[in-house]
Ligand binder design. Structure first.
Ligand code: HEM
Length: 401
């Protein structure tokens, strides 16, 4: 059987429930959130370990903030990872399931690795970050989080190389069902996506934290200035390394898909753009906090688009395209998805507003407007639960044969 036939036959016979290209756009956009949080978690975890080893007063103070940020960022990274996971499964189901089968042992282990990484980061924040005890838990957590990134990367690398699947499944004609081998990976790509983006994500976080905390009545301007300057210094250094890693990525993965110039120009351009941004704000970095977040998300969106271009070109070799993925618009699913998104986004927006406003006021209060919005958002969530329950009851009672 030809690879293109295999890929087509492995697609969901029911097709996608809506225009497939919409899922592709959502995949790219939600992945930006995912990669922002997981890499920033790795950056803040690494920094907190450095701070507790270094023991200098300002580093220690910031290290405690970073240790507190880490489990929050990991939690958000996991939650925002689920969204692209769902979209991948809708439009790239043959790839995702094949990669998860060929790397089965690690895709199951991944869950425990992520649980361990989160729990240990939380343990360190709760019990160790006051006086630097339990540093081993922070170190182990960082290792587990990096390993989770490695597994994600290997799964993706296997998924975009369908021409190798049958060989990996039965090398030399002998079936290997262990799923323990990492069949494909690209170190420069991973280096670009993980440790370097961790450095940049953390630098941006420092600018944002300094800008945000500066608005508090009890702010310590000297410490915040120091924090923002540190963010700027880290940003300038890492953005240069980002460009170098990008060129290595281009030379490693580019020739395989005929995308060397594309990856090189894009990653090098990003590196120069980010360097110039950090340079342009280094006189008054504390003012740049909000802008920095916008610049960083724009950069990550370009990286996400580059990943998608590589996948599209790779699959195009076998005539597999999201544009011709079969679909039947299923208004029931679309309605459920729409209602869930409205309820979910409203509640998350409410939580963000509460955290933002409570953090700025001395006694943790939030505005009456926010409270009103919160009542509507939680009401929506309650209505959604009721609706979901009714759909379940209707299905169980009336749609059973
Ligand atoms: C907590 C540690 C995690 C880290 C460090 C991490 C890191 C990464 C990295 C580096 C990539 C890009 C791989 C590449 O393009 O080569 C990626 C992709 C992805 N991650 Fe994560 N991830 C983590 C957890 C999760 C979790 C818990 C989920 C799901 C609930 C998830 C879902 C995804 C998805 C769906 C993709 C895109 C796959 C694709 O496009 O084929 N990740 N992750």
């Amino acid at each position: 059987m030809e690879i293109q036939d295999m890929l087509k036959m492995m697609r969901d016979p029911l097709g996608a429930p809506f225009f497939p290209v919409v899922f592709q756009v959502l995949l790219v956009v939600t992945w930006v959130l995912h990669i922002h949080f997981v890499t920033s978690a790795i950056g803040s975890s690494a920094y907190s370990i450095f701070a507790f080893l270094n023991k200098e007063a300002d580093h220690l103070r910031l290290g405690r903030i970073a240790a507190r940020l880490t489990p929050n960022m990991v939690g958000l990274g996991i939650v925002t990872g689920i969204a692209p996971l769902l979209f991948v499964q809708v439009i790239y189901d043959p790839l995702w399931y094949a990669a998860n089968t060929l790397t089965g042992f690690w895709s199951v282990t991944f869950i425990f690795v992520v649980m361990g990484g989160y729990s240990l980061a939380y343990l360190f924040y709760l019990k160790g970050s006051k006086d630097g005890r339990l540093l081993w838990s922070a170190v182990l957590s960082l290792c587990l989080l990096c390993f989770a990134g490695w597994v994600m990367h290997a799964l993706h690398a296997v998924s975009i190389r369908p021409e190798q699947w049958t060989y990996w499944y039965a090398p030399g004609g002998v079936i290997d069902t262990r799923g323990v081998i990492f069949h494909a990976y690209d170190i420069p790509r991973l280096f670009f996506l993980l440790p370097l983006q961790a450095g940049l994500g953390f630098a941006i976080t420092l600018l944002f934290v300094a800008w945000y905390l500066r608005q508090r009545a009890d702010a310590d301007p000297v410490f915040l200035e120091w924090t923002a300057n540190l963010g700027c210094r880290i940003g300038k250094t890492v953005s240069l390394l980002y460009g170098v890693a990008g060129l290595f990525w281009a030379s490693a993965e580019g020739p395989e898909f005929g995308l060397t110039a594309f990856i090189a120009v894009l990653t090098f351009g990003l590196s120069v753009g980010l360097y110039l941004f950090f340079k342009s704000v280094d006189k008054q970095p504390i003012q740049a906090g909000a802008k920095a977040i916008g610049v960083w998300f724009a950069a990550l969106l370009l990286v996400a688009i580059a990943r998608e271009v590589i996948r599209t070109i790779s699959l195009g070799r076998f005539d597999y395209s999201v544009a011709n993925y079969p679909y039947i618009i299923d208004w029931g699913s679309v309605l459920m998805f729409g209602v869930t998104s409205i309820a979910g986004v409203s509640v998350v927006a409410y939580l963000v507003m509460v955290i933002y406003q409570a953090g700025l006021s001395a006694d943790g209060t939030v505005s009456a407007k926010t409270e009103r919005f919160g009542r509507i958002a939680t009401g929506l969530l309650g209505a959604w639960f009721g609706f979901f329950l009714l759909v379940g009851l209707y299905t169980a009672l009336f749609l059973q044969q």
